[in-house]
Design a protein. Sequence first.
Length: 430
Amino acid sequence: MTSKNPETLALHAGWRRDSATNAVAVPIYQTTSFQFDSTEHAANLFGLRELGNIYTRIMNPTQDAFEQRIAALEGGVAALALASGQAASAFSVQNLARAGDNIVSSTDLYGGTWNLFANTLKDQGIETRFVDPTDPEAFRRATDDKTRAYYAETLPNPKLIPFPIAEVAAIGRSFGIPLIMDNTAAPLLVRPFDHGAAVVMYSATKYIGGHGTSIGGVVIDGGNFDWEAYPVRQPLLNQPDPSYHGAVWSQAVKPLGPIAYILKMRVTLLRDLGAAISPFNSFLFLQGVETLALRMRAHSENALAVAKFLAGRKDVSRVIHPSQHTGAAAARTAKYLPKGMGGLCGFELAGGSDAGRKFIDALKMFYHVANIGDARSLAIHPASTTHSQLSAEEQAATGVTPGYVRLSVGIEHIDDILADLSQALDAAAA
């Protein structure tokens, strides 16, 4: 596939037809195991002398088609699909850091990721140093000899201020530290590899699928980071791995291409922890990817219209949307979001948390759910739901206030979206 256009890649990359039946649609290979051609073939697969199917916990042909398509869309060299976005976040860090190491992360994170980093990874001995992304140099100041990765979200909610990818990626590369970008809220709108990121991950549950039927995640290797050049900084890719007969990943995979990061993740973390995506979910995500480019345009157009509508309401004290930013945040928006500003929009009602709850309860078309990125419109009150495990101070650091309402604007007709918002706002003000 020679095209670089996302609309074409979303339909054709990584798959043409089934070699056995000529089927155009990717089959669901609902099997646990795959027969080896011979003992030599089996030994070559386990020894990484060739790539192929061994066991669906590690890889599967339906999963492979999904991974190839996502890697092509993102401009990476390879991808690994996983059972959830949370697994993708955890694996992306655990692939580089172990007990005694640390990562530096943006404060502007999804509440589940914050909790993962601040508590679960901490219990595993991996420290997360949270810094304010408004100052890229904060990443440099938080770095020491044990820092293995930088981590951030491209378009974090609730602040919706684009992350300074190029600036922080450059700082990281000066140390031999890769930037891992969670691009969940901005697929196709931003390609972090184009700005210097080394790894990109998604909760595929959101916009990648778009249908709200499946949980999944995916990690993409940019193939643009020279792991072997930093043997001290990146020991897990440059020292013998006892879990895989002493393989040194930066060297072992050279015949297969610049895929050391993602292959290590597949044959160690996925093999051992088992966060495997099901073939059926991989199939469903492929259906979502086919319309991703069209949906992201529609999401962006509708969310922009919603932001303008909310800004004109006297009962709305603040609108959070990239189009509403000023100063440095507006400059970042212009730099990183020229193709669209995504489908998320937040706001605060002048009536505070009570008005926010009334608004949510009065919605008729919008769904009150914890997800984002569905084709349908969604709404939630983060302080009492998605960010409720965070302390008040932690909520404030991520941008969540008691009266904040988050909208994931769908692709319905804009007149119907605005009508539902208008009647719910009127109800909240009554």
